[in-house]
Design a protein around this ligand. Sequence first.
Ligand code: SIN
Length: 508
Amino acid sequence: MTPEVGDIRGAPVIIGAGVAGLMTALHLAPHPVYLLSPTWLGTEASSALAQGALAASLGADDSPDLHLADTLAAGDGLCDESVVRRVLNAADRAIENLMDLGVAFDCSWDGTLRLGLEAAHSRRRIVNAGGDSTGRELVRAHHRCEANAFDHNSGRHGSPPAHCGKWAGQRRAGGKKCTGDCLSDPSTGGIGALFRDTTNPPGSFGHGLALAACAGAELADLEFIQFHPTALDVSHRPMPLVSEAVRGEGAVLINERGHRFLSNTLGGELASRDVVARAVWQQLATGHRVYLDARQSLGQKFAKRFPAVARHCRDGGIDPAVEPIPVRPAAHYHMGGVAVDAAGRSTVPGLWACGEVACTGLHGANRLASNSLTEAVTTSLWVAQSVAAAPAGWQWPRLVAKAPLPPDPSSVRHVASNALGVIRDGQALSDTVETLLPIAVRNTAASDPALIALMIAIAALRREESRGSHCRSDFPPRSAQARSSRLTLASAMTVAAELSLRPAERSA
Ligand code: SIN
């Protein structure tokens, strides 16, 4: 890995600049760390776009055990229960911690935190800030803390939690070892930019995953990609989200004939996200158009309750108070990632990951809404403690500038969208592996995106069942036993080379 950030020595490196990375840096203060990001800090992190918020069992009718049961049910057999328990038990403390940092969560008239409802949660437990702008509020609060501690103009840092670096780097496949310590966070973790339809920023094509894979780290459950069922159906990217909380307030999904197609499904519009996304997808695939109808449930109250969604609708010429909102599924969150423990340690000594790029086992096959910011905030403390406990005299990485190739996923997007979407099949997946292999091994701007799409396709091909967000039309049943999947760059390359042999050579 050779990011063009100058010569960095003497401090751990956090790749990315979303909430998980920023909080890890704050926990590590006064020890300096580097935050590396494809863009200026926070400007393109998925965290900053998050409308939904943190899930925590704060209501009088709620408990961490109920939250645990909902998380395990959504995860469809693949959650690591010990990690789920640890994260969810720490959620209320994490929210207090954020309030101490100045995050102003939304309150009810009596001054208590207002708790929203999202899909597959059996209780109201979603804590928001700024109505539907929680991610932006969180990133802002962290920047305020950073600005207080580090004066960029004078270069003096009383007690600097972080330095800002701009990452324009490129790694090369081939198993070059990344020495020292790196941490990753959501802005490098998302993979939505590999798809035509996504709610993720354009830089989210799995750069952090590529980095970790090249360092030899194991990646876990890569095939599990969450498609949000209700992205606003507009032409620009990223697609604005129409938060699940809108359905939590009673909005319903209809097609152009006004038919409420989820009315006979258990949980209806608030069934788990994979179920709703598939139902919307099937409507679109059979020639229908799909709308979220909030006229009855919210009407004129819409703009006050969901100001960001209302603004996006207005920009698209839609008034949700009086007309249904056109929606479609979009790649939104990657449950898979760098295989780590709850302290963010990957299988490569000295390499940590946290946030969306990491796979801790919290989300399993399908993330429960708003559990990811909860994960980012809670695990950042454990990651920081683990980094701080690194032995004295540890060799932190030395990253040397090299001419960067701004990565460009555009040539991969068509292939990934067709094969890795809401419904998959084996033939399309093996064709995709064959198409992507030559792109992934060449040193071009498309190599990293192609490498990650290739690894996802291999993981999806190997999982011959349908579970959570992974749906195979050629293997509809769910296997009796749930198994997490693991892949390294070396094993992926072996499988890809084998699949790419022509049938004649394969049988020879
Ligand atoms: C939403 O508000 O619908 C998204 C929340 C999430 O992705 O967790």
